[in-house]
Design a protein around this ligand. Structure first.
Ligand SMILES: [Zn+2]
Length: 253
């Protein structure tokens, strides 16, 4: 049962027939881990905390820099040099004091994944590099956790959902193989440091990640064979169908 306070607080979202009180209770019980609390992780965590997701785990070993402020919307000038996960947790508690937030002031590795992934329902990959994305993808499959991946550079963004429990669902490596003919593929040189990024593009993708997570938690259908691409110059979303690769070393092992 929702308390009187919760009924009032979440009234605009429980008014939606697809959510209702049962959806709100599901959100309160949900545990979501967010990898990377930067341009994607700050809007995504803000929406999930505000929506009443009961427990958030924030993972980031980086400290806040001046050049983060135009897009990492939870941080202020006084947070510079503070750890991102800790500073974000503090801000999110101001937004919603009724939820539980755990800040993990470390860079994600295998050990952290093995410890935290079994604890959660959904993982959001809001990292800014391919190495972390491959690790999160591999560990989400190992621990059978639904993964919502977001990425953005320049004016472009992408979002996809990986559901290891669905037999025909592709994983991130089905889309971007890490190795081809046994050779490691070089990571794209284009990233936020080299070509730049605009904050609202990250808000679109981080918001999409939060939306997908909320739909998954309340039991609404989410297409896991779809890559969503956003072009911030033409304002267009495009969807591409994805198929599981028979030779994918990660999800077919
Ligand atoms: Zn795969």
């Amino acid at each position: 049962m929702l308390t009187t306070d919760e009924k009032l607080r979440y009234s605009r979202q429980t008014l939606l027939s697809q959510i209702g009180e049962s959806g709100q209770l599901a959100l309160a019980k949900a545990k979501v881990l967010i990898v990377g609390v930067g341009g994607l992780g700050t809007p995504a965590s803000l929406y999930l905390a505000s929506a009443g997701v009961g427990k958030l785990y924030l993972v980031d070993g980086d400290n806040i820099e001046l050049s983060n402020l135009p897009r990492q919307i939870l941080f202020t000038e006084s947070d510079i040099n503070e750890n991102k996960a800790e500073a974000a947790a503090e801000q999110l508690r101001q937004h919603n004091s009724h939820i539980d937030i755990e800040a993990i002031d470390e860079m994600l590795d295998d050990e952290l994944c093995d410890y935290y992934f079994p604890e959660v329902d959904i993982v959001l990959d809001c990292s800014d590099n391919m190495a972390t994305r491959y690790l999160v993808n591999k560990m989400a499959i190992k621990h059978q956790k639904t993964l919502v991946i977001g990425a953005a550079t320049g004016f472009d963004g992408q979002c996809l959902v990986v559901n290891p429990e669905q037999a025909d669902a592709p994983c991130y490596e089905c889309l971007f193989p890490q190795y081809v003919d046994g050779k490691a593929q070089s990571a794209p040189v284009e990233n936020c440091q080299t070509i730049g990024i605009l904050g609202p593009v990250l808000a679109m993708i981080g918001g999409m990640q939060a939306l997908q997570a909320i739909k998954l938690i309340v039991g609404l259908p989410v297409n896991v064979q779809q890559l969503n691409l956003f072009d911030g110059l033409s304002n267009q979303w495009q969807q591409f169908n994805l198929t599981k690769q028979a030779n994918c070393p990660t999800c077919q092992a």
